[in-house]
Structure formats: structure tokens, C-alpha cells
Write a protein that binds this ligand. Structure first.
Ligand code: HEC
Length: 207
């Protein structure tokens, strides 16, 4: 073999091995998500009582499913939130079939931004000891694990009014309005419940 041919062969082998490293390290179908992915919930698009976005820029496709009266499969990149601290994100088709591609996130949010407290697929447990997947899988299949209040999931013990308050006071938003005295009181009661719930949840996890 002359040196030119050898060089071409070596270059080709190098390129091939580089290409295979690329596919091995980037987990196939997993979209990149970090704490910086998240920001003020109200910057997302509101659909009825919750908020959606799309990390791949395909918000129209996400909205089409969210607004459909008969349900549908959310497209990759979909982000769904009801409250600032809990998020579902849809990875590429075929990724994590057990959760239909959804990854669950529990965030700690503050004026400084978001921190990922927990993330994962079938085993993420929220601060009250509830498994995200365990509830969301109860949604009838046409709703693609989105619960709302009519899709068949076990209910959560907070009223629409309180959910609205939590959305209006997301600490990551710059333009939060002042709450009335009775609204502040409602929120205070909720925070107490969250603290007690978290304590019970922590004890459950320890056992
Ligand atoms: C006890 C059952 C239960 C658990 C546990 C639970 N959820 Fe939910 N979740 C619900 C219900 C019910 C709704 C709809 C509430 C409504 O719209 O009134 C909901 C709403 C949501 C929504 C808005 C979209 C939708 O499905 O309506 C997201 C996103 C979400 N939950 C994420 C999570 C994440 C992440 C976790 C875990 C960290 C979690 N949930 C744990 C029952 C649960």
C-alpha cells in the first residue's frame, strides 16, 4: 500500500470511530434538559388551566394536541406544567416507551431560577411521596398521560383557585402582581400544607 492510500484509510477509520463515539455518548432520543431549560411558567402558552411549550420550536404541534377535543400523542419537545415545581417533557419517539417518552421533573424554584430536585421516568416521587408516573399513567390512553381533571387520574388535593394563585406567584416571574389579603392567606395555608406534606413525604422515603 502506498503512503497516500494508507493515509486515506487511516483518515476514514478515524472518521468512522469519531462518528460511532458521537452516537454512543449522546443518548439516542433524549433531548437535552438542564435547570436553564425552565423559567417563568407564565412565559409558556396557556391552555385552559395549564401551560405548554416545545423545546424543538414546534409549539403549534404541541398546541394542536393540547387543544384537541379527542386527545392525541404529544410531539417530541413538548413541555407541560400546571404548577412551577412539576414538569413533564416529551423526548424523541421511541425513548422511554414505559412512560410514552415523558420525563418527569420536580423543581425547586426561587427568584434566582430553577433547580432540578429530581428527574426521571417511572420512579420519580414528588415531595408528598406520590409517584408521578403512578398517577399520570391512569389517564385514558387518548390523553397521552395528561391528567387534567377529567382524564381518569387520581385527583390532587388543591383547588383551581389555589392552582391559579400558585401560577400567579411563580417566583421566577418578574411581573408578579400583589395579592389581596385573602389570596395571601390562601397561599400561606397552602405553604403550610406543602411543608407538612414534604415532611411526611421525607419520612415515607426513609422507611
Ligand atoms: C396523586 C396523583 C398525582 C401525582 C403523584 C402527580 N400528579 Fe401531576 N397531576 C395529577 C392530576 C390529577 C393533574 C391534573 C390536575 C387538574 O388539572 O386539576 C396533574 C397535573 C399535572 C401536570 C399538568 C398536565 C396534566 O397532566 O394535567 C403536570 C405537568 C404534572 N401533573 C406533572 C407531575 C409530576 C412531574 C409529578 C411528580 C413529581 C406529578 N405530576 C405527580 C395527578 C398527580
Amino acid at each position: 500500500m502506498n503512503s497516500q492510500k494508507l493515509l486515506t484509510k487511516v483518515a476514514a477509520m478515524l472518521l468512522l470511530s469519531l462518528a460511532s463515539i458521537g452516537t454512543v455518548t449522546a443518548e439516542e432520543g433524549q433531548l437535552e434538559v438542564s435547570a436553564d431549560t425552565f423559567s417563568c411558567i407564565r412565559d409558556m402558552t396557556r391552555v385552559r388551566g395549564f401551560y405548554v411549550d416545545n423545546l424543538k420550536g414546534d409549539l403549534d404541534a404541541t398546541l394542536a394536541v393540547a387543544n384537541s377535543e379527542t386527545g392525541g400523542i404529544y410531539p417530541p419537545g413538548s413541555v407541560v406544567q400546571l404548577v412551577p415545581g412539576e414538569v413533564m417533557i416529551k423526548h424523541e419517539e421511541g425513548y422511554s416507551p414505559a412512560t410514552k417518552g415523558w420525563e418527569f421533573f420536580e423543581l425547586d424554584v426561587s427568584e434566582e431560577g430553577s433547580e432540578i430536585r429530581k428527574r426521571g421516568f417511572v420512579d420519580v416521587v414528588n415531595r408528598f411521596g406520590g409517584n408521578c408516573f403512578g398517577c399520570h399513567i391512569q389517564a385514558k390512553p387518548q390523553w397521552d398521560m395528561i391528567c387534567e381533571d377529567t382524564h381518569g387520574c387520581e385527583t390532587i388535593p388543591i383547588t383551581k383557585q389555589v392552582i391559579d394563585l400558585i401560577q400567579r406567584t411563580d417566583p421566577r416571574c418578574k411581573d408578579n402582581e400583589e395579592l389581596s389579603a385573602s389570596e395571601s392567606y390562601e397561599l400561606f395555608k397552602l405553604k403550610l400544607k406543602v411543608e407538612v406534606g414534604t415532611a411526611i413525604g421525607t419520612v415515607k422515603e426513609m422507611m
